[in-house]
Each structure stands twice: as C-alpha cells, then as structure tokens.
Design a protein around this ligand. Sequence first.
Ligand code: ATP
Length: 403
Amino acid sequence: MSYLSKKTVEDLNVAGKRVLVRCDFNVPLKNGVITDENRIVAALPTIQYLLDQGAKVILCSHLGKPKGEPKPELSLAPVAVRLSEKLGKEVVFAADDCVVGENAKAAVAAMKDGDVVLLQNTRYRAEETKNGEALSAELGSLCDLFVNDAFGAAHRAHCSTVGVTAFVEESANGYLMAKEVQFLGNAVNDPVRPFVTILGGAKVADKLNVIENLLNKADTLIIGGGMAYTFLAAKGYGVGTSLLDESKIDYCREMLARAQEKGVKILLPVDCTIAKEFPNPIDAEIDVQVVAADVIPDDMMSLDIGPATAELYANEVKNAKTVVWNGPMGVFENPILAKGTIAVAKALAETDATTIIGGGDSAAAVNTLGFGDKMSHISTGGGASLEFLEGKELPGIAAMSDK
Ligand code: ATP
C-alpha cells in the first residue's frame, strides 16, 4: 500500500455533510486539568478546514485506558472546554456513557453547518478496542464521511479508526495524519542521505523489528539507552548490572554482523556513566562515574552514555542530512543522567538536517529541554511511529478510501 494513494480531507466534498473526525485527544490530565494541550492544537487545522468548508463536524477520541467502562476522570469534557476556547466557538459535548446515545443523537440532529459536537471517550465502550461491529455501525450512523486524524492510534484497528469506515460513504486522512505520513514516510523510504537513525529506550526486545528494518534503510544506526548494553554484551564486553536481555545477545551479534555486510555503520557507547544502583526515586541525587564501555565493573550499572559517546553521536548527527530519533540515551528523568539525551537533542537542534522525533519519551525529552521548535517534525504517536519505522502497514491509514 502506498500511503500517498489515500484520500486526504481535501479530496472530500464536505460542505453541508456530517463529518466524523477521529482525533487524538489523549491528553495528559492532572485533577481534571489538561497539562499539555499539544494534541488539541495539532488537531485544529483539520477541524478548522472542515468548518471553513461548511461541514458539520463531529469529533471523537479515546482518552487514557478506561478499559471499556465509563470512568468520570477520563471524560473528554475538559477537552470540549479547551477546544472551544481554541476554536473560538461552542463545542457541544455529548456526554453519553455509551458514546453514541441519546445526547449524541440529539446533538447531531440539531447541528447546522459549521457546528461542532464532541462525543464521549470511545474507550468507555469495550467493543472499541475489539473493532466490534455495533459501535462501528453506531458511529457510522451519526455521519456521512469519516476523517482519521489520530496518528497516535493509527497502528490500532479499532471501531473509531477502522471499523467505522465500513459504514460511511468515504474516508480520508486529516492534515495531521498526512503530515506524519509525509515526514516519516519520506525519511524512511526516500531519505536525503546520509540518513542517521538514533535508537534508545529501555529494551532491545521492544525495537527488534525497528533495528532490522532500519538496517536496510539507514547509513548509520546509533544505539543508546538501556538497549545498548545487550549490544555491548554481544561484542563480548562485561556490562555489570546494566540492563541486559540475555535472550537477545545472539540477535544483537547477528545485527552487528549484518550491518558490517551491508556497510551500515553501527555506533555503540564508547564510554558510560555508571552508578552502584538505579536511582530511587528516579530523580534522586546519585553518585556517578564515567568509565570506558569495555570496563564496566561487575557491581555497577550504566545509566547514561558518557561524554565521549555524546560527542561521537553529536558529530555523526552534524554530518547527516536526515535524522530519525526514537528513545532516550539514558535515564533522562534524572538530571544527572540526562546529559547524554540532552547532548543528542542539542545536536539535532543545531544540525541543518531534517530531524524527526519518533514520539513518546524522546518527544517529551525534546520538548522539556526546550528544543521542540528546532526539530523538523515531532511525531504525535510513539507506538504508531515505531510501527511505521518497522515498515508495518498502519491499519488506521490503510482503511482510508483510495484516491
Ligand atoms: P519512545 O517512548 O520515545 O518511543 P521509549 O522506547 O523511550 O521510546 P522506553 O523503552 O520505555 O520508551 O524507554 C525509556 C526509558 O528507558 C526511560 O524511562 C529511561 O529512564 C529508560 N532508560 C534509558 N536508559 C537506561 C539505562 N541505561 N538503564 C535503565 N533504563 C534506561
């Protein structure tokens, strides 16, 4: 499937139509207050376009994991309020625990062109994550057309991302979805070279397929974070008490050999920031030492890349034309162990290359460090962007109508 062959919102005739838009309003909440509104802001271009075209705009999303039951603390009500402020117009919130109930039906029936209705958290219904037919049909009964703009949920075949498409006239990608596909798709399938990918995060096992796919695409693969130590073990180094997945040592050895065959450079830590124990709480003061990567003592663990590694990685980024980064270089939640992650974020902020952050922790790290606006693209979907980097087809995009 070519993602570019799918209809986008501009290919639909939306004037006067009821358009259901699947957004990603899965925002962080603290005591009912939205603490980061990025996802709401990211949804605005599609919503505003539809309003300008005279559509009736019905919005839906999941929020958190209510596990198929109504949970008041995971109601989308606060999103309706914030969204209404952003749009400068009323957003009618249809507070049905069953998502498509009497409130939703009445609100949609009363809509005029240019009105906005937001449905309740789709995961209040257990069928949502099972792609059940009843909820898909109910969602479809509210609308004529469907637009998927929730990249963060595009790797899941749920009622509100895939099932509903069987019950509407046409489906299309929204602007945010199209932007994600354009950046991630171009980077992975048609990168301006040198193409450098940086992988970090806790476990090798989470990123096996990503490593394998990127070995076929990238010029350089940089490895940091907890996953680096299984690679170092594969090189025969002792890694002390660092995070290690013994069952994946052979896999890492094979990847190192394959990279050599293909002429892909793999960079691993040359020095490490080590400590006696994992910090508890995670941001506690901690005594650290820097040692070469091949002499980590048996009773110590590496919790960040060292300064020489940070410089090596930053230099590689300097010469790149495309960089994709997923996963922190160390336990970045602790300021003493965030230096490697900060150095990489800074290198990305300073390079002229196209820089793409694959969502999740790396996106949070880049934003917290204040480098957000220096990146070409920060993906709104951690899991979805990872699956994209694995080369998998995303069902939430595949289900859209062809052009
Ligand atoms: P993303 O969310 O960006 O897709 P992710 O893969 O970061 O990437 P995780 O695999 O959960 O998510 O990895 C992030 C976690 O890994 C962080 O909480 C960080 O503290 C931890 N981590 C990083 N380096 C180490 C290390 N050397 N030892 C132990 N934990 C580490």
